[in-house]
Design a protein around this ligand. Structure first.
Ligand code: SAH
Length: 248
């Protein structure tokens, strides 16, 4: 059981699989005023950068669940590297329906809300693991400007315009679900560039090392078209942020 192989190729060198820079990830930990010993659950934890750096910088302990075997292995290596392997645990598996054995102070899903079938379902899932008064973190794209056509939405790799909301509508939607938005850290274009452009060099290097692989054609096509697609669409139209929520 794993994610589609193309992501394990294109994002194999990413530590952060979202448009937040390392600085913004640290800012997020700081603005949440995390106390040492706080337990954090992260569904779709990727290569574990959030839990590992927060364990290192803020003394939290954490559990991450991720469907990519490769990213989960990278997460364990990162925990060793930062000396926090005794405090963070990474489980390779499907996070759909995952509920922590012990309640946590922070329950997060950062850039993987399909795990709960969308933002609302993911908030509902995370809430099952949360201590009273705890914080839910949702990382999600939003439209910087609403696409004029469905073609533009597809250029942003969305299925349709309705996949995402504008920032005001996204913020309002959390309220409609009964949550206060108590903090947020938004990505900027530099962060988007780091997330997207890092894939290009990874693809190029991978192609040089694996010219005869079954995926070489697909990776070649992506490397050829992705830079133009990204600057034409995603970079112009999509924002991204992590929103901290507390039940009203
Ligand atoms: N939160 C991480 C990763 C975001 S990318 C970060 O911000 O760096 C989305 C992640 O979701 C990938 O690591 C992918 O492997 C994982 N994923 C996709 N489907 C999943 C599922 N059903 N259960 C658990 N993880 C999943």
């Amino acid at each position: 059981m794993d994610i589609p192989r193309i992501f394990n190729i294109t994002e194999s060198a990413h530590r952060i699989h979202n448009p937040l820079t390392p600085e913004k990830l640290a800012t997020l930990g700081a603005v949440l005023r995390l106390e040492a010993g706080t337990r954090v659950l992260d569904l779709g934890s990727g290569s574990g950068e959030m839990l590992c750096t927060w364990a290192c910088g803020y003394g939290i302990s954490g559990i991450g669940v991720d469907l990519s075997q490769l990213f989960s292995e990278h997460a364990r290596l990162r925990a060793d590297e930062l000396g926090v392997a005794d405090r963070v645990k990474f489980i390779h598996g499907d996070a759909a329906g995952y509920v922590a054995d012990r309640k946590v102070g922070v329950a997060a899903c950062v850039g993987a809300t399909w795990i709960g079938g969308g933002v609302a379902g993911t908030i509902e899932l995370l809430a099952k693991s949360l201590s009273p008064g705890g914080i839910i973190l949702i990382g999600e794209p939003y439209w910087l400007q609403l696409p004029q056509t469905e073609e533009v939405a597809r250029g942003c790799l969305a299925h349709s315009i309705s996949d995402f909301l504008t920032l005001p509508d996204l913020i309002a939607s959390f309220g409609e679900l009964g949550y206060d938005v108590v903090e947020m850290v938004l990505a900027d274009r530099e962060g988007w560039d780091r997330y997207e452009a890092a894939k290009w060099l990874t693809m190029r290097r991978w192609l040089e090392a694996n010219p005869d692989d079954d995926f070489a054609g697909e990776v070649r096509a992506q490397l050829t078209f992705e830079p133009k697609r990204y600057v034409t669409f995603t970079r112009e139209y999509l924002g991204w942020g992590v929103f901290a929520l507390m039940a009203r």
